[in-house]
Design a protein around this ligand. Structure first.
Ligand code: CA
Length: 363
């Protein structure tokens, strides 16, 4: 290189370096956000996902972008988390979209619908099946965008004071169960009840209700349902893979530097994987304790019951689709995806799991 060219190149280099420093500083401003969770701290797996996200964001930005997590009730009640994001009270929340079923039952597809996707399939739909795009299009009028933020895996079917042997046993059964699942069971004659987590145990103990569903062994054990309703049914066909989400206010999202948007997106994905991993790691020991020392008696829902509930769910979807265009659009896309997923899961996943489960049972 001739000397003159070198001097020019070096000069450019110096200029670029001088520019680079302030450019980086400008792109990493101090940002402080508040996140309201729908959950109490005692639900460490679900609540913990927001802390996982907050920690990951702080670490990746050298503490420049801080997201303070508040438990349900600290800023707004748990079931008003989405509204707090819509109106900008907080920048973001962590919640279960199906809590907002009353605004529009279409919300349920972002969490779980009866006989819907399992946890793996739910993520496949969100990230690579067009699901998250559909969900965010639906969320536009609510003034937030969503990032998936955790999954419980297939839940349990709940705790029953008496055995449920036939569909007839659902007639008049008062069960704590919400949303679309409650509507499905109502078609079979059950009486669904909406009861907050902390109030379920006394209601079951007194016999005000006959049954209650919550989450799965790890969370259910903490609430002690086994002591008052020993029959522990499975599977929770209304939550094959219940997904939690982070909702972020549109204007607050738009104000973030691109780098922070990217970090927040990655942190949500990390929280999403981490919650399912925690549940899968902790549920085996919890179910052993419940059965071996807690008096829980495991019972599968019979094929007859499963078929009747499936039929009732299918009827319910047709009824809602007839009057709700949002629901129909989301439902049709979701169910087409579900059918293809089970085509694939039947081949590799099911065959493998089924074989391995039999090997374990042999000892
Ligand atoms: Ca549940």
């Amino acid at each position: 290189m001739k000397r003159r060219q070198f001097v020019q190149a070096a000069g450019l280099g110096v200029a670029a370096a001088a520019l680079a420093k302030p450019a980086i500083a400008q792109s990493a401003p101090e940002v402080k956000w508040r996140l309201t969770s729908s959950f109490p701290k005692s639900l460490d797996t679900i609540y913990g996902a927001a802390e996982t996200l907050s920690k990951a964001v702080a670490e990746a930005t050298d503490n420049k972008f801080q997201i303070q997590v508040f438990a349900g009730g600290e800023i707004v009640p748990g079931l008003q988390a989405a509204d707090a994001v819509t109106n900008g009270t907080v920048e973001m929340c962590h919640t279960a979209p199906y809590y907002y079923f009353g605004k529009d039952p279409t919300f349920a597809f972002a969490t779980a619908v009866p006989f819907g996707l399992n946890s793996r399939q739910q993520n496949a739909w969100f990230y690579h099946g067009g699901g998250l795009d559909l969900i965010n299009e639906f969320f536009k009028p609510y003034n937030f965008i969503s990032l998936p933020g955790g999954n419980t895996g297939t839940q349990m079917g709940g705790w029953f004071r008496k055995e449920i042997k036939t569909i007839e046993d659902f007639k008049g059964l008062k069960m704590r169960i919400g949303g679309l699942a409650g509507k499905v069971l109502a078609k079979l004659g059950a009486v669904p009840q909406q009861i907050a987590g902390g109030d379920i145990y006394p209601a079951l103990e007194k016999g005000t209700i006959d049954a209650a569903e919550w989450v799965g062994p790890y969370d259910d054990e903490k609430l002690g349902f086994n002591k008052v309703a020993p029959f522990y049914y499975y599977p929770g066909w209304w939550e094959g893979g219940a997904a939690l989400h982070f909702f972020i206010n549109n204007a607050k999202w738009a104000e973030l530097p691109k780098a922070y948007q990217s970090i927040l997106t990655s942190a949500a994905a990390q929280a999403n994987v981490d919650m399912q991993a925690k549940y899968d790691a902790r549920n085996p020991a919890a179910v052993k304790r419940l059965v071996q020392t807690g008096g829980a008696q495991l019972r599968p829902f019979s094929p007859e019951i499963m078929e009747a509930c499936y039929k009732a769910a299918t009827e319910l979807y047709a009824e809602i689709s007839a009057t709700n265009e949002n629901f129909k659009k989301m439902h049709d896309a979701y169910m087409a995806f579900r059918n293809d997923e089970y085509l694939w899961f039947q081949i590799g996943e099911y065959t493998y799991d089924n074989f391995m489960i039999r090997q374990r049972a042999k000892g």
